[in-house]
Design a protein. Sequence first.
Lengths: 236, 233, 223
Amino acid sequence: MNSAIRNGLGYTTLALMIAALFMVFDYVPPEAEQGIAQLIFYFHVPLAWVAFASFGIVAIAGIFYLWLGDQLWDDLGYAAAETGMVFCTLMIVAGSIWAKPIWGTWWTWDSRLTTTFILWLMYCGYLMLRASADDTPQVARFAAVLGIVAVLDVPIVIASVRLWRTIHPAVLVTKQGGHGLEDPRMVATLMVCLAAFTALWAWLLMLRFMQLRTRSRMGTLAVRIAFANAAASDSK
Amino acid sequence: MSAPVVETHSLAKTYGLALVLRDVGLRLLSGAGAFVIGGNGAGKSTLLRILAGLEAPSGGHALVFGQDTRKLAARYRRRIGVMAHQSFLYPNLTARENLEFFAELYSLTEPRASADRWLSTIGLADVADARVRTFSRGMEQRLSAARAMIAEPALLLLDEPFASLDHDGAEIVAALIRGAIERGAAVIATAHAVPEIEGVEFAVYEISRGRLAEPAPKEEVRRGSRIRSLLGR
Amino acid sequence: MSGFAAVLRKDLRLELRSGESTLALLALSMLVLVVLVFALDSARLRSVDVAAGALWVAMVFAGMLGANRALLAERDNGAIRGLLLSPLDPGTLFAAKLAAALIFMAVAEVGAVILMVLFFNLEFDQSIARLAPILALGAIGFSALATLLSAITGRTRGGDMLLPILAVPIFVPALIAGVKASAAALGGAPLSSMGDWLRIMIAFDVLFVTAGYLLFELVVGED
């Protein structure tokens, strides 16, 4: 069943990605002001959505793990963190590539990039926590608590960064958002890109999740082997 | 007949591929004492840790005061005293300050008076104001025993209470255990070999390869003999 | 609540006993200010903004040291297990550790404020008084966050390095709000003009004190 989902997602991703690439590079007209660099926008926005969504999954999986105690939720959270980290990094890189031609600088502290950077740091923290300890239920609990605490913080981060940037607009130019897309072709392209990246994310998440599940099941198997061995050596 | 203070059914515990405890079943009523003996790594400490609620069993369950050990409410924890290999004492506090702190933690009405009383019982009254950091292992062990019993708990879980004790220290701790049992507390203690405590009868269980052997017949525990030191066994 | 008082009193007593190391740590957090004065020395930068920033850097530094120490005392002889086995409620233990970290941070803050006024040529006047509630809000939030996180980092291999990595990104909103409000206060603005910043800090504090109180039992203790 899981393999079917995984493979299905794989093929869907492939199809959507091909469509997305075609639309971005051949179909949609570049925006008048910014020129060809603006095309990054069609990657940037989906990457952002996926990075944040992944983070949300980390937290929700954490809650379920603490509540139900099933290792499955911990595996999901860990997989979501690793996957989300990848897309978050890509988003920051994309943002940087966009910033250079538009503002002439490799980085800018506008509200969205700043918030994403903070998110990226939180991902780093979560992954470093997991890397610095063995895989025990205790560490899984730590990670779950960290994920929950970080996600609860995100709205406050967004609010404070936005407030921070509205007070100092002279430092930078506020970025154009996903709104005000006049041409319907732009909207269509964006939609397809969103779908493509979501599919890619879901597929990678599934792959990693299944890997972690296998590893966890081996742990449960170890317990059963221990019992079986003991029982066998009893009946000497 | 009152409900058992401690009860386990088919208790099992694994660490990775090692099965440390299996199919452990025991019952202990108030005013009863049990010694669990076995070699190093036999699983004695693991059993106590599960009973104290510090670890969760891998199979079966353990009940203390009729409650699952994994989720003991505060009012039950108040009635349990634990001695472990670590003393739980603060090295930079004095003996008296340590006992006072635990007395307060367990909501005793007169923490200072209780602390002083126990200090003289265990023979540490003259070093009451010395920091625990300066104590010998034997003195620390005695203080740890007092810490475990200061709230006069209904259940005592003692992991090798006689370790590192000389003859006098062992007598003191033995007297404390006897006093607790006479008070009606239930006591489970671990040791390498069967101790003998004057005036008290203990059930003796042996752990080997994770299994608990049936309690030894009463005749094997001689009454009225002096306590033997366990050092060197 | 006798447990809260007992634990706090014990921690303060232990802290005072440890003598030089407490003073050394406080001094260290203030040396940060000295470094910043030289590092940021420029007539172009408005004094008040730089002063506020330097103050908060020193505060965060002190906060991390303080929270770490509050839980460090429980490592000897497995004392934390003694606490967990006792009837003490884990939430109450969190509150006591939070209070200890807060006291440490408050002492450091007082010293840092005095040094800041001296180093940045400010005045001991109304503006400093207006600074107090802002710093208090910041200290509460950071102490709560750091206490909760140091229960985690204290038991993993990353140890002391991991605490700032986890704490700083999460603390960013309160940091932004705190620095902005502090700079405004030092510049003479009344507290009423900083409503937005203060609201952010209050939200942060409520969130993390509550989260810490509820989640502490999951991260402290052994399995």
